[in-house]
Design a protein around this ligand. Structure first.
Ligand SMILES: Cc1cc2nc3c(=O)[nH]c(=O)nc-3n(C[C@H](O)[C@H](O)[C@H](O)COP(=O)(O)OP(=O)(O)OC[C@H]3O[C@@H](n4cnc5c(N)ncnc54)[C@H](O)[C@@H]3O)c2cc1C
Length: 614
C-alpha cells in the first residue's frame, strides 16, 4: 500500500451519475429526475455547483434561442447557421435536436427567476443578435443550480473525478467513476448504471497570452481542465473534430466579450491608421477557402484571419471603435453592464490602464486556442444521434451515448455541435438525461458491476503524486526544485510550450505542419513519461496534478487530429502550413480518433458528413 492510499474509501451507488454540475450537468440532472422518478440521480462536481463551470461569473446574453413562439427562427435555420460558421462540418442531426428543444429550456430559466430583458415595443425577448437574447444574468448559474439541487438525489461537491470505471462482466460498458475529495482527501468510488460526462471544455492546453502572475486570466474558464475529453478517451470512446480548436477575438488583456459591442452597440474595428481592413484580405482568403469566404455571416474563423494578417502586415493594433457608440448614454450603460454582468475583469483592466471607451478606442487581440464543443467550434466525443432524425450511420443506441455503452455526454463534451452555448448545453444535458434513463430501464437486471481490483489499483494511482512529493522533497536542491519529481505547474507550463510552439499556438501565429506536429507528439510522449513523477504537496496540488493529466491526454488527441486532417479548413483558428488550402474533395468529413490505453496508440478514421437540412 502506498503512503497515501490508506485513505478512507467512500462508496456511492447511483442509477445515473452526472460528472460535472455546470450547464449541461444541471440539465442532465433535471431531466433524469423528470423521466426517472424512482432513479438515484447523483451529481459529482469538483467545485460547488452553485458557482461552477464557465457560467460561474454570470452571463449577459443567452446565445442560443430560436424564438419559435414568434416565428423568429426555426431549428433548420440554426443548423444552416452553425454549418456555415464551421465551414460546412457539423453534425446536423445533433444540432437540430438541440435547436428544437432549446426554447423550452430558456422558458424554464425564466420561470425559475432568470430576468430576461424585453423589447418595450414588441414585448418579446430583447434580441442582441439573430440568436442571442439579453439577460440580467449575474445569478444565472445559481438559478440553474437550484433546479439541479432539487432534482438530484445527492450532489457531491468538491470531488474531482479522475477516471471512469468499466464493467467487469461486459466489455466496452461503463460502470462508474472514481475521484477524490479535494478538501478531505477521501477516495470516492461511484457505482452507476449510466454515466453522463458534462465536465466542460479545455483551457490552458496552449500557452496563454497572460503569463506569470496573470496566467489565471484566460478567456475560457481556467478551471476547464479537459476532463470531459480525457475521461472518455481513456476508456476508448471515439472523439471527433479535436483539431477544431477555437481562437477568439476579444478585448485585450481582459478577454472581455465583443458580441454585445458588435451586435447591439454596432461598434466596428479598424487598424492603426483608422482604416477598414477585412476587404484587404478578401482575395487571398478566396484563394484559400473558395466560396466559403462569400458566405453570410462571414464564418468566425475567417474574420480572425483578416485580423491576424493585418497585424502581420504591421498595421496593428486593431481597435474597436467605441467612442461613437459611447456618446449615447443608453449604449454606454449597456457597454459597461455587459462586463459587470459577466467579465468584471475587463472593466478592472480598463480602469487600471486608463481606458475609458468613451474617449479611447480599446485594443482587441486574438486568444490562445481552446478546445470545447459548445461555442463556435465543435471538438468532443462522437455521439449517437436522435432516433427520429439521425442517419443510420450516426445511430448505435441511445441519443448522446458515446461509443462506450452507458456513457453519455452533453455540452462541451459532445463534438460536432457548435453554437449550443449555455442554453443549448443545458438542453443537450436534458436530452442525454432522458436517454440515460431509457438506457437504464432497458438494462433490466443486466446491470454493470465494478471491479474491486480496478478501483483499488486506481486508488494507488490517484494518490501517487502525494507520495512522490513526500519522498522526493528530501532531495530539494533549491526552492521548489527536486530532481525526482515534477510539480503540476511546471508540467503545465511544459505542456503549454509544446502545444504553443508545435501545434499552432500564439507564438507561431497558429501555424503548424507535419514535421512540427511529429516533433510535438514526441515531446508530448516524453512529458507523459514524466507525469508518473508528478509531485503534489497537498490536495490542492493533487487536483492540479490530475487536471494536468487530463489536459495532456486531450492535447495528444488535438495533435493527432491536427496531423490527420491534411488541409487548412479553419484559417484564423489554425493553419497547416504544408496544406494551406481548404480541400472539400478529400476533407469534407469528420475526423475520428480512438485511443487504445493498452498499446498507447491512436487510431484515426474519417466519417461522412450528412447534410440533412438543405
Ligand atoms: C467567457 C465565456 C463567455 C461565454 N459567454 C456566453 C454567453 O454570452 N452566452 C451563452 O449562452 N454562453 C456563453 N458561454 C458558453 C457557456 O458558458 C458554455 O457553453 C457552457 O457553460 C458549457 O456547458 P458545460 O456544462 O459543457 O460546461 P461548464 O458549464 O463549464 O460545466 C463543466 C462543469 O464540470 C466540472 N468539472 C470539470 N472537470 C471535472 C472533474 N474532473 N470532476 C468533477 N467535475 C468537473 C466543472 O467544475 C464545471 O462545473 C461563454 C463561456 C465563456 C467561458
Amino acid at each position: 500500500m502506498g503512503l497515501f492510499s490508506g485513505r478512507k474509501t467512500v462508496f456511492v451507488d447511483s442509477d445515473v451519475l452526472v460528472i460535472g454540475g455546470g450547464m449541461a450537468g444541471c440539465g442532465a440532472t433535471y431531466e433524469s429526475r423528470y423521466w426517472g422518478r424512482d432513479k438515484k440521480v447523483v451529481v459529482v462536481e469538483k467545485a460547488n455547483i452553485e458557482r461552477s463551470g464557465a457560467v460561474a461569473q454570470g452571463l449577459y446574453a443567452i446565445n442560443c434561442y430560436m424564438g419559435m413562439q414568434w416565428d423568429e427562427n426555426q431549428p433548420e435555420d440554426h443548423v444552416r447557421y452553425a454549418r456555415n460558421d464551421l465551414m460546412g462540418l457539423v453534425r446536423e442531426d445533433l444540432g437540430y435536436d438541440i435547436a428544437r428543444h432549446v426554447d423550452a429550456t430558456v422558458h424554464m430559466f425564466e420561470e425559475w427567476g432568470l430576468p430576461i430583458m424585453k423589447d418595450p415595443k414588441t414585448g418579446r425577448y430583447q434580441r442582441e443578435g439573430k440568436w442571442q437574447i439579453m439577460i440580467h444574468g449575474e445569478s444565472y448559474k445559481p438559478i440553474v443550480a437550484e433546479a439541479a439541487r432539487k432534482a438530484a438525489t445527492k450532489i457531491y461537491n468538491r470531488i474531482m473525478v479522475t477516471h471512469l470505471l468499466m464493467d467487469k462482466k461486459k466489455a466496452n460498458r461503463v460502470a462508474g467513476a472514481v475521484g477524490f475529495n479535494v478538501r478531505t482527501g477521501e477516495f470516492y468510488v461511484f457505482r452507476a448504471k449510466a454515466v453522463i460526462v458534462a465536465a466542460g471544455g479545455a483551457s490552458h492546453i496552449y500557452k496563454p497570452r497572460s503569463i506569470g502572475e496573470g496566467m489565471g486570466r484566460t478567456w475560457y474558464a481556467p478551471w476547464s481542465s479537459a476532463s470531459a475529453y480525457a475521461l472518455p478517451i481513456l476508456v476508448g470512446a471515439k472523439m471527433t473534430q479535436m483539431e477544431n480548436r477555437i481562437v477568439l477575438t476579444r478585448f485585450k488583456d481582459g478577454y472581455g466579450p465583443v458580441g454585445a459591442y458588435f451586435l447591439h452597440l454596432k461598434t466596428y474595428t479598424e487598424n492603426c491608421h483608422g482604416e477598414e481592413y477585412e476587404s484587404t484580405w478578401y482575395e487571398g482568403l478566396k484563394e484559400m477557402v473558395g466560396e466559403y469566404v462569400d458566405h453570410q455571416p462571414v464564418p468566425t474563423c475567417l474574420r480572425n484571419h483578416a485580423f491576424l494578417e493585418e497585424l502581420k502586415a504591421g498595421r496593428g493594433p486593431i481597435r474597436m471603435v467605441t467612442k461613437e457608440a459611447f456618446q449615447d448614454p443608453h449604449l454606454e450603460t449597456i457597454g459597461w453592464e455587459n462586463f459587470l454582468g459577466m467579465t468584471i475583469g475587463q472593466a478592472v483592466v480598463w480602469a487600471s490602464q486608463n481606458i475609458d471607451p468613451k474617449y479611447t478606442n480599446p485594443e482587441l487581440t486574438t486568444s490562445e486556442p481552446y478546445v470545447m464543443g459548445s461555442h463556435a467550434t465543435c471538438s468532443g466525443a462522437w455521439a449517437s444521434g436522435p432516433e427520429d432524425y439521425a442517419p443510420d450511420e450516426y445511430q448505435w443506441g441511445y441519443n448522446r451515448m458515446m461509443t462506450v455503452d452507458g456513457l453519455f455526454g452533453a455540452g462541451d463534451t459532445i463534438g460536432g455541435t457548435a453554437h449550443k452555448f449555455s442554453s443549448g448545453s443545458f438542453a443537450e444535458g436534458r436530452i442525454a438525461g432522458k436517454a440515460a434513463v431509457k438506457y437504464i430501464d432497458d438494462l433490466g437486471k443486466d446491470t454493470p458491476e465494478v471491479s474491486e481490483a480496478e478501483y483499488e489499483n486506481l486508488k494507488q494511482v490517484v494518490f501517487k503524486p502525494m507520495e512522490n512529493y513526500s519522498v522526493g522533497r528530501n532531495e530539494i536542491v533549491a526552492g521548489t526544485v527536486s530532481p525526482s519529481y515534477l510539480l503540476p505547474l511546471h508540467g503545465l507550463q511544459r505542456l503549454e510550450k509544446i502545444m504553443d510552439e508545435y501545434v499552432g499556438g500564439i507564438s507561431s501565429h497558429y501555424i503548424t505542419n507535419e514535421p512540427m506536429l511529429t516533433r510535438g507528439l514526441e515531446l508530448l510522449g516524453m512529458l507523459k513519461e514524466d507525469l508518473d513523477h508528478l509531485g503534489a504537496e497537498d490536495l490542492h496540488q493533487l487536483q492540479r496534478a490530475w487536471e494536468l493529466q487530463h489536459r495532456v491526454l486531450a492535447s495528444e488527441s488535438v495533435t493527432h487530429h491536427t496531423m490527420f486532417r491534411k488541409e487548412t479548413r479553419w484559417p484564423g483558428y489554425y493553419y497547416r502550413g504544408d496544406h494551406m488550402k481548404l480541400d472539400d474533395t478529400d476533407w469534407h468529413c469528420f475526423t475520428l480518433s480512438r485511443f487504445d490505453r493498452e498499446s498507447g496508440e491512436w487510431e484515426m478514421e474519417k466519417a461522412p458528413v450528412y447534410h440533412i437540412v438543405d
